[in-house]
Design a protein around this ligand. Structure first.
Ligand code: PMT
Length: 220
């Protein structure tokens, strides 16, 4: 059994990729399997938290015994998070949320036209950033999936999105990032690098991350 460091906390974990529809049969998504978010939810529950998962598209199965709410687009995920935000003590944004969506969602299947097709994309809501601006007591954990300049982009995201912790994965490292059972991450807080974890199971990463969070929540 894990130490009950999250006893009494209400934790929301987002997982998986959002789905941004073009028409009834086509969409834009990404390679997130949901494994990282699901591992965090499982570890949080085992550390005593009351946990809710808000999941987009996932190929992995969610852990048993935890409430899962399914969503499609970034906008849907934002609305679902907002419904539970008020009385939540920690939000972990492990989901891979689309930054852009098709400007229009066609009501019926798009017909094949000429040799090229232009798609117009518009920005989605940044869930983490908008909650970062509005947080009161909530402890906010963001993720960053990067392919270069991990440290710089991670610190920049932590600041801009007003997170308490930020987990950066270098998705170019073997055994880290999308789809794998393992991850290798750097964890930052406002003062800089907290931990640099080598490749380990996503469950182990989750436990180390939540321990770093619990210690900081107690101090706040
Ligand atoms: O699901 P797995 O296959 O296990 O893979 C895990 C993972 C690689 C998806 C996960 O570890 C991860 O890094 N998730 C965040 C991926 C991502 O979208 O990173 P980003 O740098 O684009 O976004 C930064 C942060 O802002 C993230 O916490 C993201 O959830 C959040 N965000 C991004 C865009 C947006 N519109 N709203 C957001 O809230």
């Amino acid at each position: 059994p894990l130490p009950q460091m999250l006893q009494g906390s209400k934790v929301i974990v987002t997982a998986g990729g959002t789905v941004e529809r073009l028409d009834p049969v086509r969409y834009i998504t990404n390679d997130s399997s949901g494994k990282m978010g699901f591992a965090i939810a499982k570890a949080a529950k085992q550390m005593g938290a009351d946990v809710r998962i808000i999941a987009g598209n996932t190929s992995a199965a969610p852990p048993e015994g935890i409430a899962v709410e399914r969503v499609g687009s970034a906008q849907d995920m934002y609305e679902a998070v907002m419904r539970h935000w008020e009385d939540c003590s920690m939000l972990v944004m492990a989901a891979a949320v689309a930054d852009y969506r098709p400007k229009e969602e066609a009501p019926s299947k798009l017909k094949k036209q000429g040799d090229t097709l232009q798609l117009e994309l518009v920005k989605t809501v940044d869930i983490l950033e908008s909650l970062g601006q509005r947080k009161t007591k909530q402890f906010l954990i963001g993720f960053a999936a990067e392919t270069e300049q991990l440290d710089r982009y991670a610190r920049e995201k932590l600041e801009r999105k007003n997170c308490d912790l930020l987990v950066a994965n270098d998705v170019t490292v073997a055994g880290a990032g999308f789809g794998t059972d393992t991850n290798a991450v750097h964890i930052y807080d406002r003062n800089g690098l907290v931990e640099q974890l080598p490749v380990m199971s996503k469950y182990e990463v989750a436990y180390r991350l939540l321990t770093a969070a619990a210690v900081r929540m107690d101090r706040a």
